[in-house]
Design a protein around this ligand. Structure first.
Ligand code: KG4
Ligand code: ZN
Length: 341
């Protein structure tokens, strides 16, 4: 097999149009990301129809730029990787259609990639010697779970959210306290000026003591109730305190279960993945707790945590090596599950 497999990867599952050139799943030659955040901010969240239209407008330019920055010609690409789920169906279809057309034109294989496997794969870029098995805490806008990655593409689900994803809770609380979209980075920033012990927001309790599941709708409702009560009494709300206290409740839950999972499986390595993994308080707390428990915590740089095509290029390479190629009938799967093909 060719030693240096160059993959052109495309990601368009939500509100970022991205293209990257990645060698052997580890080395990023380019990772171009065109974000639509400014457009969706006006609406307080991602508007799917607008997202699809914006992807169409920029996809050709983004791919072109990724090739130019990498100084790679399209004919020299070995395969095209593309996210086919989970995500917004219209948004996914734009990237997929473009990827299929390129694969057909240059007669190279197409590789459909699971977006969440892409997020996990970001760790293979950041840590060039990293190999499974390891634990992974996946925290994004639509997903929150702890998986044990036994081997490339092989996952054991240990715990997951029973309602809202962590990122969803961040975004909803940010909206309620007037920070706007996207909430995660804004709560992250403002919390630094707040007192995390100012308000005690509750954590969900499950009947099963050994559960590694999460629940974030309770803490979200508790924040909303707190704001309502304050408003009814005509009292001023300290936004930074609310943000910091909310964040403490969410991150505490994530970190406690992550450490519990490592102990349960006797694993001493845990990686983080997904947009919320960019959160500075989560990173700091997990690293601190990991050190206390002799667990090595892997944190990819921020740009590799939020949506980007380099992570898709990495995951595509490991599928390519296993011979998991797709064909031009590949369809978008908005609810694609981890490990499902
Ligand atoms: O992985 P991602 O970019 O897209 C999905 O696949 O969902 O994750 C987006 C989520 C959003 O909810 C956003 O608010 C959150 O990640 N996020 C953050 C931070 N940066 C992005 N949440 C907390 N702190 C951050 N710094
Ligand atoms: Zn994502």
């Amino acid at each position: 097999m060719n030693e240096n497999i160059k993959i052109l990867a495309i990601e368009s599952s939500c509100d970022e149009t991205s293209a990257a050139i990645v060698i052997n799943g580890r080395k990023v030659l380019s990772n171009v990301i065109s974000s639509q955040i400014d457009i969706h901010t006006k609406f307080g969240g991602v508007v799917p129809e607008i997202a699809s239209r914006k992807h169409i407008e920029v996809i050709a330019l983004v791919v072109q730029q990724a090739l130019e920055e990498a100084q790679v010609e399209l004919k020299d690409v070995d395969a095209i990787g593309v996210t086919y789920g989970p995500g917004l169906v219209g948004a996914l279809l734009v990237g997929m259609q473009y990827a299929k057309s390129l694969a057909y034109a240059i007669k190279k294989p197409l590789i459909g990639v699971n977006h969440i496997e892409g997020h996990i794969s970001a760790n293979f870029i950041q840590y060039s010697d990293l190999k499974p098995p390891f634990m992974c805490l996946v925290v994004s806008g639509g997903h929150t779970f702890i998986v044990y990655m036994k081997d490339y593409g092989e996952f054991e689900m240990l715990g997951q959210t029973r309602d809202d994803a962590a990122g969803e809770a961040y975004d909803k609380v940010a909206r309620a306290i007037g920070l706007g979209y996207p909430g995660g980075p804004k709560i992250d920033k403002i919390s630094k000026d707040g007192d995390e012990n100012a308000i005690k927001f509750p954590r969900a309790n499950f009947h099963e003591n050994d559960s590694l599941d999460f629940s974030f709708s309770g803490v979200k409702s508790a924040v909303l109730n707190y704001l309502n009560k304050k408003q009814m009494k005509g009292e001023k709300v300290n936004t930074a305190d609310v943000a910091a206290s909310f964040q403490k409740a969410v991150v505490g839950f994530l970190v406690d279960n992550a450490i519990k999972a490592c102990k349960l499986k006797k694993v001493n390595k845990i990686a983080v993945a997904g947009g919320v993994a960019a959160n500075t308080y989560l990173r700091k707390t997990l690293i601190k707790e990991g050190a206390l428990n002799n667990i090595n915590v892997l944190v990819p740089e921020t740009v590799l945590c939020t949506d980007n095509a380099a992570m898709i290029g990495s995951a595509a390479y490991f599928e390519y090596k296993k011979g998991n190629l797709s064909d031009l009938r590949l369809n978008a799967v908005p609810n694609l599950k981890l490990g499902q093909r």
